[in-house]
Design a protein around this ligand. Sequence first.
Ligand code: HEM
Length: 364
Amino acid sequence: MWKTLRDGIDLRIGLKDLIETKLKGYRIPKDTNIFYTLGIVALFAYMIMAVTGYFLLIYYIPHTEQAFKSVQLIMTKVPYGWLVRMIHIVASSLMLIVVSLHMISIFIMGSYKRPREVTWFLGGLLMLITLTFCLSGYLLPWSQRSYWATTVTTSIPTAFPVIGDYITRLLRGGEHVTGVTLSRFFALHVAFLPPIFLGIVGLHIFFIWRIGLSTPGFSKSAQHEQPWTGYRRTTYPESYPFYPNFVLKEALMITIFFALTFFIISFMPNFFMPEAANTPANPFKTPVHVKPEWYFLAPYQLLRLIPNKLFGITIQILLIILFLLWPFIDRSEERNILKRPLLLVLFLVLLGLWVVLTIWGRYS
Ligand code: HEM
């Protein structure tokens, strides 16, 4: 049966030829390590988010009177609704961890350098979109936590003179966070962001496929790389086929991602769901502590520490621009970070600062 189906497909689209030339013929340099699978894990995480999100949409109602109740219904009455919602919540945080590790490993291995500057830039946009997904999804349950966290985050632009108030009103759809804000964030979360994300992922992967994977800057093969003067597909004398060898490594990492998601759901269900997430929103009762999710704690704490709000936000915007354009700014030919002590120290200081601010923001 399977053979008949395969032969039928092969007859029509040349399946065997596709596998031989595009999958087995696509060579992965021997020096690559397990961190090279993280991009695909991030892509799978996104697919999990999309599939669970579609199921949640069947019962979720984007209305201030109904949103919280519909989420409670999903959690208590809809068969396996709790599981679908928990996967959506846990996988979103794990996806951010995977994307961050993907980005950090690419930075350490110097894989953002010429000719991969645009690949990095597109990846940076994907990171920002992933964060916007999280920010917009956060308001949807219309809980006390989501209402007040959104009130705080949407008030940030007001620090800017002239256009600040306008941006805040645009985000909220009025003076305060109301049902209009909920509708806007809902539309952003389920209709605007997915196609933008998929379009940029498509471009990101197209660039990787055309250029070919890099090897780590500190590996042997990287030392023999020729300078990039005109377009050529990167090839390495020692390589192995993408399929099945590399695909199996990716499958292993995806399985670990799934296992970790289910481990957290089974043994630490409240890890990403604090108490305030189970209280309906009350616009008249400000909670004592309004804290964003863990991935926004560092910028939030930095804003609290810098008394001048405009200065605090300007610094963060400049850091984001620096991050997106970094490969165009760092023109050094040296890809091995171990031979660039200044860059290594700067990177470690920034990473350390991010960790300290996150912990500080969480416990202060
Ligand atoms: C949801 C977000 C993302 C997805 C789905 C994704 C997907 C991928 C995939 C499938 C690969 C090829 C295999 C690999 O090296 O892992 C890759 C490589 C790459 N990614 Fe991403 N990526 C994402 C975010 C990012 C971010 C945030 C950055 C950096 C700012 C980035 C920069 C790069 C670069 C420079 C490469 C080329 C690596 C090389 O040639 O060795 N990506 N990405």
